[in-house]
Design a protein around this ligand. Structure first.
Ligand code: PLP
Length: 404
């Protein structure tokens, strides 16, 4: 059988639809981000990144890089095993304490990524709580969906960010049914924020546990960077808070936080925790340094918010259509996969601007977009340059403008 021919047919379909993904070949140089070296065939030697999830530039912060280098020099590179078999380093233990404190919880548990933490925790909860029903926001991330699916627990999908619909769905089940309400704080593609207080109140009324993904919010919101739940003073009312070390903390890895019993339960039963090598101690040390820095420093968050506000105001003035939201994510709607790809390619080739087109299956067909994430390290000059580029492309491609 010609397997390659079969692979190519499906890849050709993707290309035809405009949904085939190309990766940019870029190299970060500490101290220069969001400017990066471009090793790809298209565009100038140096380009500006406008779509990084290293939202605050902590991936090049001297204290974070310093912690990683110093720990690698002292303790070596890999963890050397699963957490169970020789892979637990003091750095993991310290980081878990730091994370538990950040979210006001008894304990935390590290995973190799945010994806794995969602997959492992939700699949374990759904499998190991007999008769459990998981109530999932309709827009939940793929990692949560995969975890729920794998658990084979019954799933009820409630309308996105709609506590009334959640209430209706929960009402169909009696008090003895274990219920898990799973949702996110910041939804990364539209940048909207969940009505966490209302959702928690509904869940509490039904005796449900709450599972909150704060992946796009940790480091970014709340006085200590504990996320939207911290900003709203709600952390203690949420059963499990999940996060990543790979976005605003600028490192790598994922985690859950909750009661000691909950973390011990997941630690003891989750295959996605038990059967994989722990994150390198140097990564854990760097993440700890990043969390500690963002716990006490408001500088990065404040500057980031200023740049987000400036870019939004400039887009409004130019009529560049973007989704309104209260977060740090600015989705510019193109609504066509081929045009979205073409604009991104032209931005790279002619303007030295890197923004990845967001097409299906990341977003529904017809809602293709460019997702901008201004950070504290984008200068006003970078914003000017981006706006000039988009303004010109919008005219060139005869794209609709949004009149305020
Ligand atoms: N949860 C959400 C909402 C995400 O957007 C992502 C992805 O990027 C993840 C979890 C996975 O986190 P990580 O990138 O650390 O695997």
């Amino acid at each position: 059988m010609d397997f390659d021919a079969r692979f190519r047919t499906q890849l050709d379909d993707l290309k035809q639809e405009g949904n085939y993904r190309f990766f940019a070949d870029l190299e970060r140089v500490c101290g220069r981000f969001p400017k990066v070296l471009n090793h790809g065939p298209i565009g100038p030697e140096e380009v500006t990144v406008w779509c990084s999830n290293d939202y605050l530039g902590m991936g090049q912060h001297p204290s974070v890089v310093g912690a990683m280098v110093a720990t690698a020099e002292r303790s070596g590179t890999g963890a050397g095993g699963t957490r169970n078999i020789s892979g637990t380093a003091h750095h993991h233990v310290t980081l878990e304490r730091e994370l538990a404190e950040l979210h006001g919880k008894e304990e935390a548990l590290l995973f190799t990524s945010g994806y794995v933490s969602n997959w492992a925790a939700l699949s374990t909860l759904g499998t190991r709580l007999p008769g459990a029903v998981i109530f999932s926001d309709a827009w939940n991330h793929a990692s949560m969906i995969e975890g729920m699916r794998h658990s084979r627990a019954r799933r009820e999908i409630w309308a996105h960010n709609d506590p009334a619909d959640l209430d209706r769905k929960l009402s169909a089940y009696g008090p003895d049914v274990p219920k898990i309400v799973a949702f996110e704080s910041v939804y990364s593609m539209d940048g909207d924020i969940a009505p966490i207080r209302e959702i928690v109140e509904v869940a509490e009324r039904h005796g449900a546990m709450t599972y909150l993904d704060e992946v796009h919010a940790v480091g970014m919101y709340g006085p200590c960077g504990g996320g939207v739940a911290e900003a709203l003073g709600l952390m203690d009312r949420i059963t499990l808070i999940e996060g990543t070390l790979g976005k605003a903390f600028g490192c790598f890895g994922g985690y859950i936080t909750g009661s000691a019993a909950l973390c011990d339960f997941v630690r003891s039963f989750a295959s996605g925790f038990i059967f994989t090598t722990a994150i390198p101690p140097a990564v854990a040390a760097a993440a700890t340094a990043s969390i500690r820095h963002l716990k006490v420093s408001e500088i990065e968050r404040a500057k980031q918010r200023r740049q987000v506000d400036k870019l939004r105001a400039r887009f409004d003035a130019l009529g560049i259509p973007h989704l309104p939201n209260p977060s740090h994510i600015i989705p510019v709607m193109v609504k066509d996969p081929v045009k979205c790809r073409m604009i991104a390619d032209t931005l790279m080739a002619d303007w030295g601007i890197y923004v990845q087109p967001i097409n299906y299956p990341t977003v529904p067909k017809g809602t293709e977009r460019l997702r901008f994430t201004p950070g504290p390290l984008h200068s006003d000059g970078d914003i000017d340059h981006l706006c000039r580029a988009l303004n010109s492309l919008w005219s060139q491609c005869a794209l609709a403008r949004q009149i305020a």
